[in-house]
Design a protein around this ligand. Structure first.
Ligand SMILES: [Zn+2]
Length: 327
């Protein structure tokens, strides 16, 4: 424990940002004329498969333990031993359970004080509220959990091969999807812990992007309401990139619903302008999310390489080629 903490301190000292003032230049975008490495959708798909092979990754499960080790190993291989930090903590579960949880943080281009943050949740749901049977059994969460992490792992692989022009921190949150329906107090456990205990004091990246349910077939990502409230310039830049690259079927230029997710916690607690790319339905009536959401059908069969590739390529263009450095 102590050893971990020292390592973390030594490592994160390098990241203490010359805290940029909270001005609009942090969300100022322009084409930079840089080469953008192409995002490999086969590799991203493989990263979903690897997670699914561990089984459900709900807190306390065998899959949770194995997936944690896998993420640490994989990210250390890309970011370097010293640049990956498991933030371990406990949270109160149901029925007197104490949950052992871990946020996993990997930093790239640690010399740069000018940083951005990318995140997703890595835990999966301990129950299948929306299923017609086996409601109390944990789900595989190929899309809900698996897809966001897979895209971040593929980006991490790219960052090793092609160092990004800005500092990038990847944060995998635990305990996002633990709560029972209508009990928001037990959702977002990892982002809550991370936001209230940022591993770097005064951590102040330009912005954050949360990926949630970003790998399903026939996915659509309308502009989520809270994201439009907190960082409309970032949303609009990403959706413009998507349009230019021919992904407007995935990223329709329409404002969608307002969704509670990890990004709301980060915005409220740390004031980091953070948006959520999240699959949801445009219509205000009927189901908010995909038909397989919170059921046992959220498995490999619904994962689409095209969706993973579309989101990944839009992210790569933003990170490598659109962040304005002239400020
Ligand atoms: Zn979920």
């Amino acid at each position: 424990m102590i050893k971990c903490r020292c390592l973390a301190i030594a490592f994160f000292v390098a990241l203490i940002a010359v805290s940029c003032s909270q001005d609009n230049s942090r969300l100022n975008f322009e084409k930079q004329g840089r080469e953008v490495p192409s995002f490999n959708d086969d590799s991203a798909y493989h990263f979903v498969e690897r997670q699914i092979a561990f089984g459900p990754r709900n807190p306390g499960s065998e899959g949770h333990q194995k997936a944690k080790q896998y993420f640490l190993e994989k990210l250390r291989s890309y970011a370097g031993q010293q640049s990956v930090y498991p933030q371990e903590f406990t949270a109160e579960g149901y029925d007197g359970d104490t949950l052992a949880l871990t946020n996993i943080i990997a930093a790239f281009n640690t010399q740069s004080s000018d940083r951005i943050m990318l995140c997703a949740h890595w835990d999966t749901r301990p129950r299948a509220d929306k299923a017609s049977e086996n409601i109390d059994k944990p789900i595989l969460g190929a899309d809900d959990g698996g897809s966001g992490v897979a895209i971040l792992l593929e980006l991490a692989r790219l960052f090793e091969q092609h160092p990004p022009p800005i500092g990038v921190d990847i944060v995998l949150f635990d305990g996002e999807d633990y709560g029972k329906e209508d009990d928001l107090s037990k959702y977002f456990l990892g982002s809550r812990h991370w936001s209230n205990n940022p591993p770097v004091k005064g951590y102040s990246p330009r912005f954050g992007i949360l990926l949630d349910m970003v790998g399903g077939q026939d996915a659509q990502f309308p502009k989520e309401g809270n994201s439009m409230l907190f960082a409309p310039a970032l949303v609009n830049e990403l959706w413009t990139i998507a349009d230019e690259k021919g992904y407007n079927n995935l990223f329709p230029d329409e404002e969608g619903r307002t969704i509670s997710d990890d990004h709301v916690i980060i915005n409220k607690v740390l004031g980091i302008p953070t948006i959520d790319i999240i699959r949801h339905n445009l219509t205000q009536s009927g189901s908010q999310f995909a038909p397989y959401w919170h059921t046992h059908r959220d498995n490999m069969a619904i994962i689409s390489k095209e969706t993973l590739g579309g989101v990944g390529n839009v992210m790569a263009e933003l990170i490598y080629n659109r962040i304005n450095h002239s400020n």
